[in-house]
Design a protein around this ligand. Structure first.
Ligand SMILES: C[S@@+](CC[C@H](N)C(=O)[O-])C[C@H]1O[C@@H](n2cnc3c(N)ncnc32)[C@H](O)[C@@H]1O
Length: 258
């Protein structure tokens, strides 16, 4: 029992669940201008979907720090808001605790992979068990009038994959295969005809002269079924702290899921 608790505490650290959100906030402060444009486009995509669907309720998956959620606009329309994340910052929970239009729900949107990685010994982790677990997992189902997967899709696979890569449990092709399974499962969990997906899909690396030198996909599934697609470039890291060899921009898409 005590050993289980110790293992879980160590894995939470190793998976970077808390430090991930702190990292997001620090980069947001450092890269205010480039991030501001991306966050504003994400908020605009949500407002566009709200104007189209006129929902009475909305569910935001991957709400996190709410940097990309147009809370004021949603509340001014008296929309019931459900915020879903692995982790909700205490300040935000406090801020909205007396607002009956806002509800926080804590779920692992991979359907249990994070819990499994927190509680399973390294020796027992293998590719087939992990793919099986994700494929069979019961996914989160929202009955809100509008569901938004918000800058979450690449992150859903990134957190477990980075850990598994670091522990040398998966080969490169297995990482891509597991990431695709997680992402496909998430896409399929979004109710058709009332969901908006916003996600980065590609990392683009630039040199000082502004020439693109390399790319790396962050999403491995087919998104060609999205409609009303918008695309933009997110100035993610101008100071080479993410990739020390290059300036990093992310290609982002938003679209309705049909
Ligand atoms: C890049 S952030 C999205 C931006 C976020 N809306 C904000 O303003 O901070 C990704 C969010 O996904 C959450 N997340 C990552 N993996 C998750 C999982 N398995 N289940 C639920 N949430 C997850 C993280 O906690 C983080 O808050």
């Amino acid at each position: 029992m005590v050993l289980q608790k110790l293992l879980k505490a160590r894995r939470i650290r190793q998976l970077g669940l808390t430090s991930g959100q702190i990292g997001i906030y620090n980069r947001y402060v450092r890269e205010h201008e480039g991030w501001g444009r991306h966050l504003s486009k994400s908020r605009q995509a949500i407002i566009g979907a709200v104007e189209l669907f006129k929902p009475k309720s909305i569910c935001i998956l991957g709400s996190g720090l709410l940097l990309d959620v147009p809370m004021k606009e949603l509340l001014s329309r008296n929309i019931n808001i459900t915020l879903v994340d692995l982790l909700h910052p205490a300040q935000l929970v406090n801020k909205y605790s007396s607002n009956s239009f806002v509800r926080f729900e804590t779920h692992d949107l991979t359907g249990g992979l994070i819990h499994y990685l927190q509680t399973t010994r390294l020796k027992a982790l293998n590719f087939f068990a992990l793919v099986n677990l994700v494929s069979r997992a019961k996914t989160y189902a929202s009955n809100a009038d509008l569901v938004v997967s918000l800058n979450l899709l690449s992150q859903l696979s990134d957190i477990p994959i980075e850990f598994l890569k670091q522990k040398k449990i998966l080969t490169d092709w297995q990482c891509v295969e597991l990431a695709s399974t997680i992402q496909q499962k998430h896409l399929e969990s979004l109710p058709k005809g009332k969901s908006l997906l916003v996600s980065d899909i590609l990392e683009e690396f630039y040199d000082e002269r502004g020439s693109i030198t390399a790319t790396r996909p962050t999403v491995f599934i087919d998104l060609s079924n999205l409609t009303q697609v918008q695309e933009w470039l997110w100035d993610f890291d101008t100071t080479k702290t993410y990739n020390e060899d290059a300036i990093t921009k992310l290609r982002v898409v938003s679209g309705l899921v049909y």
